[in-house]
Design a protein around this ligand. Structure first.
Ligand SMILES: Cc1cc2nc3c(=O)[nH]c(=O)nc-3n(C[C@H](O)[C@H](O)[C@H](O)COP(=O)(O)O)c2cc1C
Length: 171
């Protein structure tokens, strides 16, 4: 899949087949995050890759919207340190979003579906993963081959109209 097709084919996948994801594919997805740009090249992120089904099951309880993590073949926990100020906090969130998208596109390129989840119960998420108290488990990204349909470019995505979103030259 070329980059344009992968961008158009990426979607949230929340049900996964039992097929394991090869280690080199998982590593490539992680490398896509590792290569991502960040403000001042800060790279304030850490990624915890989880493949143990029991741990994935536990992680699925940290947020009401995390149920799909239980059925994923793997999940990447996206972790940020506590920020010293609001500006750093906002930049770190922006950077993490970019890393997440890079991982999602790399996964799509390999036919692997990704499903975001926020994290509600921070104490529990940290305890499950052994993350230090001065860090936040910001998001989870479930990984697995889609159980519904293969990833292919979406012709009519569910989005606000393009002409409403894009302002040319001036608002
Ligand atoms: C910051 C963020 C948090 C999200 N949190 C969740 C979540 O907790 N559970 C979930 O099922 N999906 C979550 N999503 C997925 C969005 O609902 C999804 O990206 C959006 O509906 C657009 O659909 P698409 O990704 O299939 O294009 C999240 C997405 C983002 C970017």
């Amino acid at each position: 899949m070329d980059a344009w097709d992968a961008i158009r084919a990426r979607r949230n996948v929340r049900s996964y087949t039992a097929e394991p994801i090869p280690d080199d594919v998982v590593d490539r997805i992680l490398e896509a995050g590792w290569r991502s740009p960040s403000a001042r090249n800060n790279q304030h992120w850490d990624f915890v890759i989880v493949t143990d089904p029991a741990v994935l099951q536990d992680l699925s309880t940290v947020w009401v919207g995390a149920g799909h993590i239980a059925g994923a073949r793997a999940a990447i926990a996206l972790v940020l340190p506590d920020a010293p100020d609001e500006r750093t906090r906002l930049m770190d969130q922006y950077d993490l979003g970019q890393a997440t998208m890079a991982m999602a596109v790399a996964a799509t390129d390999a036919g692997v579906g990704t499903g975001h989840s926020a994290v509600g119960d921070q104490e529990r998420a940290r305890a499950i993963l052994g993350v230090p108290e001065d860090h936040t488990v910001a998001y989870l990204l479930g990984l697995g081959y889609p159980a519904d349909r293969p990833l292919a470019p979406i012709r009519k995505p569910n989005r606000r109209p393009f002409t409403e979103v894009v302002h040319r030259g001036r608002w």
